[in-house]
Each structure stands twice: as C-alpha cells, then as structure tokens.
Design a protein around this ligand. Structure first.
Ligand code: NAD
Ligand code: TDX
Length: 333
C-alpha cells in the first residue's frame, strides 16, 4: 500500500490517471491537490467523492506550506497541475510562469523536505520546439520552446532536473505528445471539434491546417506513467508518444466523417502566433527500457473518445453554463 499525491487531478489527464490508478491499484491512497482553475472540473472525479482512500485538497501547488503539510506520509508525487493551453499562454503568459515554474518549485521543495520516494514530473514534447518534415524528438534533443506555455514547462523541467542533481530528489521527467480522450476540456482541438460537430457549429482551423501533431490516447499515457512509477530511473527523462502523426485538417476531417457531418463546418481562421509546425516523438527509450507500448490505435482511441463525448452531454452542458465551477449539491467545497 502506498500514498500518491496527484496534482491537477481535476483536469483532463490527472483525472484519467486517478481513475486508471484506482482501477489497477485499489489498495493505494490518493491525495488529489487541485486549485480548480477553469480547467479543473470536479465532475471529472465525481464518482470518487467520499470513497475510502481518496482525498481532495483544494489548494495551490504554489502554497509551499500547504504542500508540505499534505505531503506528510506521501510516497509518490505525480505532478500534472499546470496551465496547459498554448493559446491562453499567448494572450496572458504571466499565470503560466506563476503555476508552471514557481508552483513546480514549491512542490519540488516540499517533496525534498518530505523525502518522497519518487517525483514524476509530467512534461510535454513542446519543450523541444518544432520539427521540419522529417525526424523526431529524442530525450537528447535540446530544449527550444517557442510559446510562453512551452517555455514555462521547460523552466519547470529544468528545476525538476536541478532538484535531482543538487539534492538527490528522485525526480523522473516524462515528455509526452498531444493527448486525447474522455474528460478533455473543450478548448483543445479534438474535444472542440467533437463537441462543435455534434452541435453543427463551425470548427476553427488555424492557418493552412497542415501543422502536424502526434496523438496519444490518454489511457496509454496513464499506462506509461504507471511504468515510470514502477521502474523509471531517477534523473532520467522518458519520451511518450502515440506513433500517430496527423495534420490538423486530417484530424478534423476524420472526426467529421465518423460523425457523419459535412466538411463545410470547417472555418479557416488566422494562424496561431509562433505556431509550431510539427511534433514527432521517438519513444523507443521507454519501450526498450520499461517495456511500455501504446495499446490503442488511432481508430480505437478515436472511437472510444467519440463514444464518451456522445454520452457526456450533461458534462458538456455544465461546462458551457459554468455550473461545473459551482460544485454539486452537498459538495463541501
Ligand atoms: P488541464 O488543463 O486539463 O488540467 C490542469 C489541472 O491543473 C486543472 O485541474 C487545474 O485546476 C489544475 N491547476 C492549474 N493550476 C494549478 C495550481 N496552481 N495548483 C493546483 N492545481 C492547479 O491539463 P492536462 O491537459 O490534463 O495536462 C496535464 C499535464 O500534462 C500538464 O502538466 C501538461 O503540461 C501536460 N501535458 C498535457 C498534454 C495534453 O495534450 N493535454 C500533452 C503533454 C503534456
Ligand atoms: O481551434 C483550434 N484550431 C486549430 O487548428 C485549436 C484549439 C487548435 N488548432 C490547432 C493548433 C495545433 O496545431 O490544432 C493543434 C492542436 O492544438 P491544441 O489542442 O491547442 O494543442 P497543442 O497546442 O498542440 O498543445 C497540446 O499538446 C501538448 C496541449 O494543449 C499541451 O498542454 C501539450 O503540452
């Protein structure tokens, strides 16, 4: 039996990770620390409220005294909490530095003082910058972030590395590609396309639509983190990818086809500033050294995702109305 402190567990990947972990390690305790920004949605873990072994702490990772208190007795930290949306970072960069850089440092400091046995720092392929038409990021690719979001994530990666090198905190850094799946906030491309298409609303496509992303089903990301918790070597970085490169226009057309909706819903809009052209991940290290590989294909992952969003009309309506932020009846928040 061990205790995991998960940050950002009300968000997309964090909530999927908590469900995944509880289904596979029901004996473990989970402390979910989340400050509930717009991206934190208690509906994502509603079924866990009041369950033994699950605790929610409404708090900021930047609150070092609180983190120190909550980290008493914690074995493993899995750090997802972040400001995560590139477009928001272009409009308002400051909050990204506050949470992603300063917040991560507070968390690392608390983990150091509590001498946790492992600290998983969840990062992104975006810290490597952008690629031309060929090649893929390896763990040795130099960091060259291009957006305020990716620069703040790179800053947090370097602090995580420094806590390993300086203090011997057993930090492992993971860098994954674009995730998709259930419970993703509908500002990100795939849930945005699905929820708009289901309602026959226009779908914004940035620039020429030929930017390439590698898409990873969120459950495969969770299984990779599980392997890193079990066998990842402190001080190491592991890239995690879906081996599934797609242009944005192809992603949108595929979803429209699967939903039997017309391509005329696509609306060309001006490009994102500093828009990275292509990401591709070489995840051979985690495959070779930790024996991980993705279980989902693009077809099976998309089909699961579409099925979930078709049923999640209440989840979506509560986001659109803002109700998801006011809690549920009887909720002590
Ligand atoms: P998300 O935006 O869906 O969720 C972030 C969560 O963190 C929210 O619940 C939010 O309330 C919480 N949070 C934000 N600031 C906080 C703070 N100061 N203190 C405590 N909680 C705070 O993000 P996501 O898509 O689930 O991403 C999770 C992590 O994975 C992030 O670190 C992100 O950089 C990384 N990542 C995401 C993707 C992706 O495709 N979504 C890809 C690569 C890496
Ligand atoms: O409306 C849109 N139209 C569009 O063409 C949106 C929201 C996006 N796009 C394009 C921009 C990107 O090329 O789609 C691509 C994917 O965009 P996002 O979903 O915003 O993801 P991205 O910018 O690639 O970053 C994501 O993956 C890496 C996550 O948001 C990050 O947190 C993660 O680190």
């Amino acid at each position: 039996m061990q205790t995991l402190l998960v940050t950002g567990g009300m968000g997309f990947i964090g909530s999927n990770f908590i469900h995944y972990w509880r289904s596979r390690h029901p004996e473990d305790r989970i402390v979910n620390v989340d400050v509930l920004t717009y991206a934190g949605n208690p509906d994502n873990v509603e079924t866990l409220e009041g369950q033994p072994g699950y605790t929610f702490v409404h708090g900021d990772i930047g609150d070092e005294a609180l983190m120190l208190k909550e980290m008493a007795g914690v074995d493993i930290v899995v750090h997802f909490a972040a400001e995560s949306h590139v477009d928001r970072s272009i409009h308002s960069p400051r909050g990204f530095v506050t949470t992603n850089v300063l917040g991560t440092q507070s968390l690392l400091e608390a983990a150091r003082q509590r001498q946790v046995s492992k600290f998983i720092h969840v990062s992104t392929d975006e810290v490597y910058g952008t690629l031309g038409v060929t090649g893929a990021f390896t763990e040795a690719t130099p960091l060259a972030p291009n957006s305020p979001y990716s620069a703040s994530k790179a800053g947090s990666d370097l602090l995580a590395r420094a806590y390993y090198e300086t203090y011997g905190l057993p930090v492992v850094i993971t860098r994954c590609s674009n995730n998709y799946g259930p419970r993703q906030f509908p500002e990100k491309l795939i849930p945005l396309v699905i929820t708009k298409a289901l309602r026959d609303q226009p779908i914004p496509l940035y620039g020429d639509g030929l930017n390439v992303r590698d898409w990873l089903f969120v459950e495969d990301h969770c299984s990779a983190i599980e392997r890193v918790i079990e066998a990842g070597v402190p001080g190491e970085v592991y890239n995690i990818g879906g081996n599934n490169e797609q242009t944005n226009v192809d992603v949108i057309k595929r979803i429209l086809f699967l939903l039997n909706k017309p391509e005329s819903l696509i609306q060309h809009v001006p490009d994102r500033l500093g828009h990275d052209r292509r990401y591709a991940i070489d995840s051979s290290k985690i495959q070779r050294e930790l024996g991980w590989q993705p279980a989902y294909t693009w077809d099976t992952g998309l089909s699961q995702t579409l099925g979930w969003y078709k049923l999640a009309t209440d989840w979506y309506d509560r986001i659109v109305s803002g109700e998801y932020r006011s809690g549920r009846e009887g909720d002590p928040r």
